[in-house]
Design a protein around this ligand. Structure first.
Ligand SMILES: [Zn+2]
Length: 748
């Protein structure tokens, strides 16, 4: 017998609380560990996860148990058990010590199963908000942008949705960036005009890429946004810890203008690489401009001078523990944790929260006249605002000033934004909503290079999405970007390599196989799917191979191991496995003695094509839907649990399908096709249901507002070359009449 009695004097500090050993003797040799735990009133254990299954027995006290963002009240006499890898911690909400006993044991089968299937892990039935980094509306989107956060978020959301998760793609434009004001100065118009112009341009490009955010906020056009942002700022400074303070700053040597962000560049004080104001894209570390080596003003000819200015200053180093605790909650890649380690190794780091500018939102406090709230505070707030705006539409009552632990936030961002998303934002959340434990997954990408050099909007060294994307190139682009996007290191884009992959892989291998398969079914089975007959061991082995490809794809696209590089390779793997199988089976395909085996081989090849359609759906939704249609099945809407045969008797339309062929000009589409294209575009832009009839309705009757008309105008222009005016769009024309108008605009 083993007897262990709780002893408050024999505890040691671990996992953020007091723990005491329980010696389990013989039981321990069977792999069960045990301990006493004590949490003082108001304290909580560190959130963590592990491969062991674990049981808590609550002995006395009361509090909350938080598991993967779900809070459950607990009190003495209760027992709870955790699955492997569930993020869990206890929070003592009572006035006495919370005392519990924990028992844990390793169950490898259980842990592996959870790791492989993923099945809702960490997400469950929580609302999932997937954010693509808000683009700065100072230019269009180039394929460097598209390959990173935008394709990443889109395929992620599509996969989660196919698995029945409650998930949205939320986007915004970061209108108050100083880069917008700088672009306006260059282009000789107002920042508002620049923001509206490029917001429409960005929307048009995303539509061409088959990326359909569920919501887009334009911060300079949303009238509710401004006071809500000011209220957020007031909450940040509410407890009096952050006050206006004098600090060093940089000024133009000629004009005396305050220098930050686009107005100054130099060398990074940390790594010595060329860096802009406030952030170094090389090492990811922030700077405060005045610490730049050899700083130069973007407009001045004489060296800048250092001076002082009074701004609201955040002592970020004081929030070190809070930020690091946040990094234990969600999916926080090593690159984030390593950068945090470097930044918080600084003895102190004071971050200015306001800057002199005439573009942006000023605080309501009168202390810093002529200053605006720094736009990176808008980033942190904008995510919460996006959730509130979505909630208003859905009637859920979500509020930016009362964020919920139940919210699962997923960010897709470039490495150069890591500091803002994963360090500054959680620090601001701690100040604005101390009770909230934000649960955030971060998905980073590195730089995508173009011909060996960084993409640059300001230098126009870029391939713009709208120049390369069209209905017949979008699948090829999405596949190529998925395959080569810089997930773990910088990668390089060249047009020649992209064209080679489309020709060799997509046209020369995938399409060739599908057309050949369609031809064989046409010839041998009259274009109708045969029933599988007798299965040879090779057939069974091929089915097993396809099952392992499906399992691989499920891991590649899942929330833990998300990688489009690996997903694209797996898609190609499905086709290569099937070609190998098909070549072997072809030896007996025409022999009468083996016809029952031959039809099994064909049924399996068609099952592989069906699997390809399902697995490609998040990455190449247009191709997936077209392939499914050619196979006589519904577009893939659910993620498959296993590989299944196409029902025998199904009519195919596979032979002669061109999935990745030469692009016909969209403007030359036959009229019914153009109406169907325009109807789809209208539904998407106006956020209508996919089956809502629109052909005989005017855009105004469908609820179109002028900004949506501008967005439509850009998208029509980009896709067809037809310049339909906003007056035409918002006038008496029905959608069908507008489609006819496109015909009239068609160029000879
Ligand atoms: Zn650096």
């Amino acid at each position: 017998m083993i007897l262990s009695t709780y002893d408050a004097d024999a505890l040691h500090r671990s996992f953020g609380i007091e723990l005491g050993d329980i010696e389990m003797g013989a039981v321990e040799s069977m792999g069960v560990g045990a301990a006493w735990g004590k949490i003082a009133p108001g304290q909580h254990s560190d959130p963590h996860q592990h491969d062991e299954t674990e049981t808590f027995v609550i002995v006395s006290g009361q509090g909350d148990l938080i598991v993967d963002g779900k809070t459950t009240p607990i009190s003495s006499g209760m027992v709870t058990q955790f699955e492997p890898f569930e993020t869990h911690y206890l929070h003592n909400t009572g006035s006495d010590d919370l005392i519990f006993a924990t028992f844990y044991w390793r169950d490898s089968i259980r842990a592996s199963k959870v790791a492989v299937t993923g099945d809702g892990r960490r997400f469950g039935d929580r609302p999932i908000f997937a954010f693509s980094t808000p683009p700065t509306p100072n230019g269009g989107l180039h394929i460097g942008h598209l390959s990173g956060p935008y394709l990443g978020t889109d395929a992620f959301v599509r996969f989660q949705r196919m698995n029945g998760r409650t998930v949205w793609h939320l986007a915004a434009t970061d209108d108050h960036q100083s880069y917008v004001a700088e672009c306006a100065r260059r282009e000789g118009r107002s920042p508002e005009e620049v923001a509206v112009h490029y917001a429409a341009d960005i929307a048009a490009t995303l539509a061409l890429m088959d990326i359909e955010p569920d919501q887009v906020v334009h911060t300079s056009q949303d009238e509710l946004y401004r006071p809500a942002l000011q209220a957020f700022f007031s909450r940040i400074i509410g407890d009096g810890r952050i006050v206006p303070a004098e600090g060093a700053a940089l000024f133009d040597g000629d004009t005396g203008r305050y220098l930050y962000e686009p107005y100054v560049h130099g060398r990074c004080p940390t790594c010595g690489a060329g860096a802009g104001g406030n952030i170094c894209e090389e090492c990811g570390e922030p700077n405060v401009c005045v610490d730049l080596i050899d700083p130069q003003s973007s407009t001045g000819t004489v060296p800048p001078r250092a001076g002082t200015i009074t701004r609201y200053m955040l002592p970020l180093h004081e929030l070190r523990a809070d930020v690091l605790e946040h990094h234990h909650v969600g999916r926080v890649p090593v690159r984030v944790r390593e950068l945090a380690h470097r930044i918080f190794a600084r003895e102190r780091f004071d971050v200015a929260l306001t800057h002199p500018s005439d573009w942006g939102v000023p605080p309501v406090q009168p202390d810093v006249p002529d200053q605006v709230i720094w736009v990176w505070i808008e980033l942190a707030f904008g995510f919460l605002w996006g959730i509130e705006t979505l909630g208003r539409r859905l009637g859920t009552g979500w509020r930016a000033d009362a964020p919920s632990d139940d919210w699962k936030i997923v960010h897709f961002l470039g490495y150069d934004n890591t500091f803002y998303h994963s360090m500054l934002s959680p620090a601001l959340y701690k100040l604005a909503s101390p009770e909230w434990t934000p649960d955030v997954d971060y998905h980073l990408n590195e730089f995508y290079l173009l011909d060996g050099d960084k993409f640059s909007t300001s230098r126009r060294h870029a391939i713009w999405g709208k120049d390369i994307l069209g209905p017949h190139s979008v699948d090829g682009i999405r596949f190529y970007l998925a395959l080569t996007r810089p997930e773990t290191q910088r990668t390089n884009f060249t047009i020649a390599e992209y064209e080679r992959v489309v020709q060799d892989t997509l046209v020369g291998t995938w399409q060739q196989w599908l057309a050949d398969l369609g031809g064989r079914v046409e010839k041998q089975y009259g274009g109708v799917v045969p029933d599988a007959g007798i299965w040879t061991p090779e057939h069974t082995a091929f089915l097993a191979r396809l099952e392992s490809r499906l399992a691989e794809m499920t891991v590649c696209l899942g929330q833990d191991g998300y990688s489009l590089n690996l997903a694209a390779r797996t898609l190609t793997g499905i086709v290569e496995d099937t070609l190998r199988f098909s070549r072997l089976e072809s030896a007996v395909a025409g022999l009468g003695d083996w016809r029952d085996e031959a039809r099994t081989a064909i049924a399996l090849e068609l099952a592989a094509a069906r699997l390809l359609a399902s697995c490609a759906a998040p990455v190449m939704p247009r191709f997936a839907a077209r392939l499914a249609a050619a196979l006589g099945i519904e577009p893939p809407a659910q993620w498959p649990r296993q590989v299944t045969l196409i029902p025998p008797g199904t009519h195919l339309d596979l032979a002669g399908q061109v999935f990745f062929g030469a692009p016909p000009e969209p403007a030359r589409l036959a009229e019914p096709e153009r109406l169907s294209w325009l109807s789809g575009l209208v539904r998407q832009t106006l956020r209508l249901a996919a089956d809502q009839p629109v052909a005989d309705a005017t855009l105004v009757s469908l609820g179109a507002e002028s900004l949506q008309a501008i967005a439509l105008q850009y998208q029509i222009l980009a896709a067809t070359g037809a310049d339909v005016t906003v007056q035409d769009l918002l006038g008496e024309n029905t959608v069908a009449q507008l489609a006819a108008l496109l015909t009239a605009e068609e160029r000879p």
